[in-house]
Design a protein around this ligand. Structure first.
Ligand SMILES: [Zn+2]
Length: 399
């Protein structure tokens, strides 16, 4: 009886001990993963289409802006011409007015012996006062008519100037709206951050993972990855990735977004070898959109969960290849400053999710959301599972 109870307890204990692993490790079958790849490929295709559309719209908007600007320039030239015409008309009006005044006053002053009229019409034909009077009237009338026409022209020009100014304002508005649209479209085309793999890279890695799983014995759609095939040889121990170094920046919120990795530097700079933090398998060797050289490695933690480590900004790679089984003595590469960085350092992310495989981090955006959730719940990735000093610039000299 006692033996039976004991063995029951043993079975129960074993079951309880097994439980966290089977509950925590998310199960993904090979078939599900292949379906996910197909989904990601479609998403990439749609995304490329929408990027194309955005790019076309940006080009069309830029062309419209160029046309509007050249029209505004033409309107400026026209406005100047109108102004010039107005000024000239004003001068002509003044001249006509003066001429009329002069004709009348000379006629009145000369009382028939007008030198000015002789000057204007020629002396010979001017003999008769009445005739002269009628000429004066004609000149006056003619000048009045010309002045009226000029004044109408000025009025028309002023109106045209107002119309042009309004149109220019309207065009300026159109341009600023188009520029706003271009800004939005440009944002949708490229979202940059410290690490930005982009959909293309995500799909590429997923494709490579399918091949890798096949090579690791995954055959049937029902095979559970990491259990029936592609089982990790990791022993759950994590050590520091560099022999001597110091933390320059911890995990935490920085400029409004979560800095998901530990940044560390070393006095050896670009010659600092970067070691694997444990026994694992290289899942991806990749470049991000900013040109950073990165390595992803899958590990299994002591908690039974699968982890993905990202080693970022390497200056160069070691003798590594995709699917390579790594040990804590494997040199992955050397510290660097490739990509979106301000100096030579290693950016190390380590979170309990198989990047591009597990549902919670099946894509980069999902991964970023997952890490934020983990951090908010108190888990701090590499900071939680690897022993690091808790102050920046505090140097360690062994792994
Ligand atoms: Zn960093």
């Amino acid at each position: 009886m006692r033996k039976k109870i004991l063995s029951s307890i043993t079975v129960l204990c074993t079951f309880v001990m097994m439980l966290p692993i089977s509950v925590l490790a998310e199960e993904v079958t090979f078939g599900q993963f292949q379906d996910d790849l197909a989904k990601a490929e479609k998403k990439l295709k749609d995304n490329n289409q929408s990027i194309n559309n955005s790019q076309n719209q940006i080009n069309a908007d830029s062309e419209t802006i160029r046309k509007l600007k050249s029209e505004i320039e033409a309107m400026g030239v026209e406005t100047n011409e109108l102004q010039q015409q107005i000024a000239e008309s004003n001068i002509s009006i003044a001249e006509r007015r003066q001429q009329t005044k002069d004709v009348i006053s000379y006629y009145q002053m000369s009382q028939g012996e007008n030198i000015y009229l002789e000057y204007v019409f020629g002396g010979e034909s001017i003999t008769d006062l009445v005739y002269r009077l009628s000429i004066v009237e004609q000149i006056t009338e003619y000048n009045e008519k010309v002045m009226e026409e000029l004044e109408n022209l000025i009025k028309a020009n002023e109106q045209r100037k107002v119309d042009l100014a309004n149109k220019e304002k309207e065009y300026e508005n159109k341009i600023s709206n188009l520029n706003a649209e271009i800004g939005k479209l440009t944002n949708s085309v490229s979202k940059l951050g410290e690490l930005s793999p982009g959909l293309e890279q995500e799909v590429k890695t997923k494709r490579e993972l399918v091949e890798s799983y096949k090579a690791q014995g995954c055959k049937n759609r029902s095979d559970v990855i990491g259990k029936d095939c592609a089982v990790s040889s990791s022993n759950g121990q994590f050590s520091r990735p560099i022999k001597t170094g110091y933390i320059t920046s911890f995990i935490g919120y920085r400029w409004g977004s979560l800095h998901r990795g530990l940044d560390m530097g070393s006095s050896l700079g670009r010659n600092t070898p970067l070691y694997s933090v444990g026994y694992g398998r290289i899942t991806s060797i990749w470049k991000d959109k900013n040109g950073a050289n990165n390595v992803n490695i899958e590990y299994r933690g002591r908690d039974g969960k699968y982890y993905t480590a990202i080693y970022a900004h390497l200056s160069r790679y070691g003798n590594i290849y995709k699917n390579m089984e790594v040990t804590p003595n494997t040199i992955l590469g050397y510290m660097g400053d490739t990509g979106f960085v301000t100096g030579v350092h290693l950016h190390l992310e380590l979170w309990p999710c198989r990047l591009y495989v597990d549902k919670e981090c099946e894509g980069w955006d999902e991964y970023v959301r997952f890490v934020n959730k983990q951090y908010k719940s108190g888990f701090k990735g590499a900071e939680s599972v690897i022993n690091f000093p808790n102050k920046t610039y505090q140097t360690w000299t062994s792994r």
